[in-house]
Design a protein around this ligand. Structure first.
Ligand code: ZN
Length: 291
């Protein structure tokens, strides 16, 4: 793999960025797992919510800047901010990019793992009139799996609350919306960046694999949202096809251990990056990596 990629213009740097912190119900986040087990690693607050991060990925080529996911964004009422405990935003990605002397205009591509609000919320923002929705990254080509785009536009009654047209509807309704590229299946989006679709969490979610000269990173999206979700039965209650998630997790963790991948946990409140080890009983464990 390394050899065939060596002539390509690979990304130079990969940086995880926390866009926001929020909270979701611990029971929903751990599905069938009893609270005495998950409560040890992820202690809930008085409303049973556990701490969650929105961890995006900045991929820099030198002449090209790519963002993986956009976090929860800013289009939230006070009531919603209370329900989802949205905090620590400090102007979200804009501030994180500022720190790196990058503007939102400088982002060339946005790869969306899927269109759930905690991943695609930051794709758009309110204009100054606080009503019109406009692109946050006006010069970026936005990449999403075609299957996820279709599902997000007509989700089931069960998962409809996770897909907000407010976030992504402007791609169809706004004349000056930036380009939207619909991807079919596994694809190399650009040199060193490949998307790998999985369907257990929702239809057409895509993991993002980024190869640099030093590491292979895989952004796990909601396949394994935190380091506490490594083992087979630790599957979110939100997942549409939990048994498919179990199989997809096994396959990804096997490949990750075999190929020494650095995994990125999108929602882990503390551990951003990890490698995988399996214990003597074959159970996967996240070993933190600092970049
Ligand atoms: Zn999520």
């Amino acid at each position: 793999m390394r050899n065939t990629m060596s002539n390509k213009n690979l990304p130079l740097r990969v940086t995880p960025l926390v866009e926001a912190r929020f909270g979701l119900d611990g029971g929903a986040m751990f599905g069938i797992i009893p609270r005495p087990l998950w409560g040890k690693t992820n202690p809930p607050d008085e409303n049973n919510r556990i701490d969650m991060a929105c961890r995006c990925l900045l991929v820099e080529y030198g002449d090209r800047t790519v963002l993986v996911d956009t976090g929860i964004g800013s289009k939230w009422s006070d009531k919603e901010r209370g329900i989802y405990k949205i905090h620590d935003q400090d102007d979200g990605l804009r501030a994180a990019l500022d720190e790196r002397e990058l503007s939102t205009e400088a982002i060339d591509d946005v790869i969306l793992t899927h269109l759930h609000f905690d991943h695609a919320g930051g794709v758009s923002e309110f204009a100054d009139d606080a009503e019109t929705v406009r692109a946050t990254f006006p010069n970026a080509t936005h990449w999403v799996q075609r299957r996820n785009w279709s599902w997000a536009n007509s989700p089931s009654a069960r998962d409809g609350g996770s897909y907000r047209k407010l976030d992504f509807g402007f791609f169809e309704t706004s004349d000056d919306a930036p380009p939207l590229e619909l991807v079919d299946g596994i694809a190399e989006i650009m040199p060193g960046i490949e998307v790998l679709p999985v369907h257990g969490h929702t239809f057409g979610m895509q993991l993002v694999k980024v190869e640099t000269a030093e590491h292979t990173f895989v952004h796990l999206a909601d396949l394994i949202p935190t380091s506490s979700h490594m083992r087979d039965p630790y599957v979110m209650g939100y997942d549409l096809q939990p048994l498919v998630t179990v199989e997809e997790k096994r396959e990804v963790l096997y490949e990750a251990a075999k190929n020494d991948w650095v995994l990125i946990f999108e929602h882990d409140p503390k551990m951003g990056c990890a490698r995988v080890e399996h214990d003597e009983r074959g159970r996967p464990k996240a070993v933190p990596v600092s970049l």
